[in-house]
Design a protein around this ligand. Structure first.
Ligand code: COA
Length: 170
């Protein structure tokens, strides 16, 4: 079972570990309080069953405060013409406001990407993000993602999405 402890220079400590079923209620609560895109419990359970190494949580002082849920799909590469590849798709990521700007999302992303590559053979990663979501767009750019496309009216309220992608490091 994957688990790593991270301590910042200022002493703030958190743990990144695999999601467990007993985290479900808390993760659903974080999802509902942090994002307009909400899902039924079975959606989380299915992702955990199919890609357990790519569903991670961040714990601060024994409480789950953030999560990332991903899946790996076969599809056409964003970078190599007419080539089918396994693509790691970030489905949902959120960190509670009380503990933001401490690198938690960065570490959730880094370990989820590492696991999608090592366990599920992902050659690239992609995600959708609201065009107005400046914090998330900055985070993804910092991690090496680039904007590939705009998906018009992607969200239920009509907002457009950026499709952002990044090749997995060799
Ligand atoms: N404004 C500008 N840049 C921001 C930012 C903000 N509010 N929050 C994060 N970033 C960028 C910065 O470049 C930051 O590095 P820095 O703190 O050294 O400047 C970098 O992202 C890494 O931030 P990190 O501390 O790892 O992110 P986080 O743990 O605060 O979580 C989100 C970032 C986006 C996950 C969090 O704000 C969140 O849960 N938002 C609501 C849900 C959401 O939008 N999810 C993504 C949907 S696609």
């Amino acid at each position: 079972m994957f688990k790593v402890d991270i301590t910042r220079p200022d002493g703030f400590t958190y743990t990144i570990r695999e999601f467990r079923l007993e985290d479900l209620e808390r993760v659903i609560w974080i999802n509902r309080t942090c994002l307009p895109e909400n899902y039924p419990a079975y959606f989380f359970i299915e992702h955990h069953r199919s890609f357990p190494k790519a569903f991670l949580v961040a714990e601060v002082g024994g409480e789950v405060m953030g999560y990332i849920m991903c899946r790996v799909e076969l599809g056409f590469s964003f970078f190599k013409k007419a080539t089918l590849v396994r693509k790691g798709h970030v489905i949902s990521l959120a960190v509670r406001p009380e503990v933001r700007r401490r690198g938690i999302a960065t570490h959730l992303m880094m370990y989820a990407m590492k696991h999608m590559k090592e366990y599920y053979g992902a050659k690239e990663y992609y995600l959708e993000v609201r065009v107005s979501n400046t914090p998330a767009i900055s985070l993804y750019k910092k991690l090496g993602f680039q904007i590939i496309n705009v998906i018009k009216g992607y969200y239920h309220d009509g907002e457009d999405a950026y499709l952002m992608a990044k090749p997995a490091e060799e």
